[in-house]
Write a protein that binds this ligand. Structure first.
Ligand code: BGC
Length: 387
């Protein structure tokens, strides 16, 4: 927040002085804090989109969709990217798919290049929020490039047109409800001990996960049926920078050493996603000798489904990247053909500048009882993937 506030005057200044397109900088294309785009972008008027293309229209092959995703290091983003790329290519579009190697500046540079390369539509899952997004995406808007925010919402810009995601509040609720049900908290003869791990505090999803989960847990914490021994329940205490497995593992190591090394049972760990669940699991396997806790997750990553099969993780929510990617491709195709895309939530996702019209997909709960039906039967994984 402080950094954004400090940069705001500079950003406003350059927004006012900027009248044309952006340009690659000489220093390898990287923008430094406070730097404005160069002026050699001047004078680009939005071009007449011409007649609506169709799937068979050979003009499609000259249309380019740019997709910017956070990292190749999590399997889910690879699946998302491949699915969208293949579908859009099949529809006759050129696709520029790039991954940002978990580095926000890299992602900003990549998107700037994509706009420079005159893409016709942008799909972005932002690694994190940055004041540069507004600057960059305003440039996209000026050039009639529609922007779809994918999975994570681009905040504080009115230049994002649509949002495709899963219902993250519901995801958090389902994770917490799973714990309540599995531990039969309503009828337990002793308070149950849990710890909480959520995602990166700068990821807008994290608020939804966290609020969904805490709205379920809070009443139980208030009346003492659930105890968080560490006392760490505030978002800044339970957030995990970059959703990183090793950071979750380090924090779990510390919690176990401090609060559970005397034999106090740890009954559940609410993890917002699979990368944090993996860190928690690694720590428990190495350091915890009590009876194994309930652990939640999200993404159904292969390593985590293997852990579910091995009894080291209890559940994962499945935001089917195929559904998400397909919904995004449909939206992209509508936009590229000048049609109004379908949305199903036009009220809940306000990014600070506007309420972004959204298409929400539903999460599915996966655990040992149904993983075969949902993940293998549903064609997401083969038996071999999970063996
Ligand atoms: C996504 C999760 C993912 C996490 C870490 C979130 O924005 O919704 O599915 O696990 O980022 O990449």
């Amino acid at each position: 927040m402080i950094i954004v506030a400090m940069l705001m005057p500079a950003l406003l200044l350059c927004a006012c002085s900027r009248s044309g397109r952006l340009s690659k900088k000489s220093n390898g294309g990287r923008l430094m804090p406070g730097e404005a785009f160069e002026e050699e972008f001047l004078g680009t008027e939005p071009t007449d989109p011409g007649p609506e293309p169709t799937e068979t229209d050979p003009a499609n092959q000259f249309k380019k969709v740019a997709i910017s995703l956070p990292t190749k290091s999590l399997q889910r983003w690879l699946d998302d990217g491949n699915r969208m790329k293949t579908a859009l290519e099949q529809a006759g579009y050129e696709v520029d798919l790039r991954y940002a190697a978990n580095d926000t500046q890299t992602q900003i540079d990549q998107v700037r290049d994509m706009i420079l390369d005159k893409c016709d539509l942008l799909i972005i899952a932002p690694l994190s929020q940055s004041p540069y997004w507004d600057q960059l995406l305003s440039e996209a808007k000026r050039n009639n490039i529609p922007v779809i925010s994918y999975d994570r919402l681009l905040m504080d810009t009115d230049a994002v047109d649509y949002y495709v995601t899963c219902d993250f509040y519901l995801t958090g609720q389902m994770q917490a409800e799973y714990i309540i049900e599995k531990l039969d908290v309503e009828h337990s003869d002793r308070p149950v001990n849990i710890e909480i791990f959520t995602g990166d505090a700068s990821d807008n999803q994290t608020n939804f996960f966290y609020n969904g989960a805490m709205d379920v847990l809070d009443p139980y914490i208030a009346d003492g049926r659930i105890v968080v021994k560490s006392g760490q329940t505030e978002l800044d205490q339970v957030a995990t920078v970059g959703w990183r497995t090793e950071l979750a593992q380090n924090r779990m190591d510390a919690l176990l050493a401090t609060f559970y090394s005397d034999g106090t049972p740890l009954d559940a760990v609410l993890c917002s996603n699979d990368s944090t669940a993996l860190g928690v699991t690694n720590s428990l396997v190495a350091n915890y000798t009590g009876s194994y806790p309930v652990i939640t997750g999200l993404d159904c990553d292969i390593a985590n489904v293997k852990n579910i099969i091995a009894g080291k993780q209890s559940m994962s929510l499945f935001h089917d990247t195929r559904t998400l990617a397909d919904a995004t491709v449909n939206m992209a195709l509508d936009l590229l053909r000048g049609k109004e895309p379908t949305t199903n939530d036009d009220v809940r996702y306000n990014n600070g500048k506007k309420t972004v019209r959204s298409y929400l997909c539903a999460p599915l709960l996966v655990d040992i009882s149904n993983y075969k039906d949902i993940l293998i039967g549903g064609g997401y994984y083969t038996e071999q993937d999970l063996s």
